[in-house]
Design a protein around this ligand. Structure first.
Ligand SMILES: C[S@@+](CC[C@H](N)C(=O)[O-])C[C@H]1O[C@@H](n2cnc3c(N)ncnc32)[C@H](O)[C@@H]1O
Length: 405
């Protein structure tokens, strides 16, 4: 199969990836608005080059890519005839994959999108793979969890490649591949990217992934906080300030933990007022599952909603009385202003008139101004040297004559 020539021919040059497997156009990135300029990076190019050189990922082979930003790995490999699945923790990365497949005139099911939380042994993770390509994640703990999770899928002789920018590849990265897969070497850096090449040691059994990290709140409640979620395994200082100033929700009200991470904020809200109807939502599959586990561990009889998606998009207009958010300050090493704006403006949309948005953020991120613009004002609930907790109330919009619209 080839990408439709028209789509590539008409594309912005910055969106065209000339891979040895084929030429593809990747106009959509995994970010909202401002993000990396391109949907792929030099590590993706290096990995594709290496796979072509060693003849891996040829037609008919089974390939699993992990952490692909927006199809830059998966689409060229699928184009070359491999059966490709793309495992990601980001709902936005999967949306970008679908958009980029469409931009090449390719069917959406040409690459199987698999959430990071999918169990091995079923669906797209049922049969052994010939090639595993892993984009190096932010932490060694996350890499270890991913590799131990996927190890049962590696058949002897499988080609295993790690790909990352040199600043993300450390001795601990090599150690994680060696411990879970087998002897591992690194390539020389090219365009500030490097590969890790691991030989599958059939005698090596790394065992199951380590259990998710947990931490205890002063209340004694336990938070399930696995590798890969925000501040994994500990209470973040900004979140702690938020918890100290969290308003108690009204009985029976609809409350949203937006960008829920491990669910610690949702847990505090449901503990303070058990009659609330709580929705926890996040762009990361692991976060949503962690929030579900945190609520279930501490308040097992509740029936809360857990949704994966972008910002407030999964939520209906005018459906919430209180939205609480600790917006991301960085997004894949890139400033996340656009994401924060999407969360704050989305929160306004989902609030009922009379409802409130509570935000915690670094003082210097300028959320005061954003809240004033969106809500016409805000007040400070608490602050410390680094963080501030703000509340903005949704008032009826004023019609030009001054009466509520
Ligand atoms: C600063 S963390 C806050 C986590 C948790 N609420 C806390 O306070 O500890 C921001 C969260 O927003 C999530 N996030 C980032 N981009 C998002 C997006 N576009 N839509 C929804 N959630 C997003 C991240 O996955 C992360 O869990």
């Amino acid at each position: 199969m080839t990408a439709q020539g028209g789509a590539v021919a008409g594309a912005d040059d910055r969106a065209v990836l000339d891979a040895p497997q084929g030429r593809v156009v990747l106009p959509t990135t995994s970010q909202r608005g401002r993000g990396p300029l391109r949907a792929w990076d030099a590590a993706d190019e290096l990995a594709l080059q290496h796979l072509a050189e060693v003849g891996a990922g040829a037609a008919g082979s089974r390939v699993l890519v992990v952490g692909d930003r927006a199809g830059g790995l998966a689409i060229p490999l699928a184009l070359a005839g491999a059966e490709v699945a793309s495992l990601s923790d980001s709902w936005l990365a999967h949306r970008a994959l679908a958009a980029n497949l469409a931009a090449n005139g390719l069917p959406e099911d040409l690459v199987t999108a698999v959430p990071r939380t999918a169990p091995v042994g079923g669906g797209a993770l049922e049969r052994p793979v010939d090639v595993l390509v892993v984009k190096v994640p932010r932490t060694a703990a996350e890499l270890q969890a991913v590799l131990c999770h996927l190890r049962p899928l590696l058949r002897p002789g499988a080609v295993v490649v790690g790909a990352g920018m040199t600043r993300h590849v450390h001795a601990s990265t090599v150690a994680a591949f060696a411990a879970a897969v087998g002897p591992t070497s690194t390539t020389r850096a090219r365009k500030k990217a490097r590969l890790l090449l691991a030989d599958v040691d059939p005698g090596l059994d790394p065992g199951p992934p380590p259990p998710p990290a947990t931490y205890r709140l002063p209340s004694g409640q336990e938070v399930i906080s696995p590798a890969g979620v925000f501040a994994a395994g500990r209470l973040d200082a900004g979140t702690a300030l938020l918890l100290a100033h969290l308003p108690t929700p009204a009985p029976g009200s609809d409350v949203v933990d937006l960008g829920c991470g491990d669910g610690v904020v949702g847990l505090a809200l449901a503990t303070a007022e058990p009659t609330i109807r709580l929705t926890c939502t996040d762009v990361a599959y692991t976060a949503v599952e962690a929030a579900r586990a945190t609520l279930a561990r501490n308040l097992p009889d509740r029936q809360d909603r857990f949704l994966v998606g972008d910002a407030a998009d999964p939520l209906e207009d005018g459906s919430a009385d209180l939205v609480v958010v600790n917006p991301p300050s960085h997004d894949e090493h890139v400033e996340g202003d656009q994401t924060a704006w999407a969360m704050l403006s989305g929160a306004r949309r989902v609030l009922r008139v009379g409802g409130a948005l509570v935000v915690v953020a670094h003082r210097d991120l300028g959320h005061h101004a954003r809240l004033s613009r969106l809500f016409g004002g805000h007040r400070t609930l608490g602050s410390d040297r680094r963080f501030v907790v703000l509340q903005a109330d949704k008032r009826p919009r004023r019609a030009p004559g001054g009466t509520p619209a």
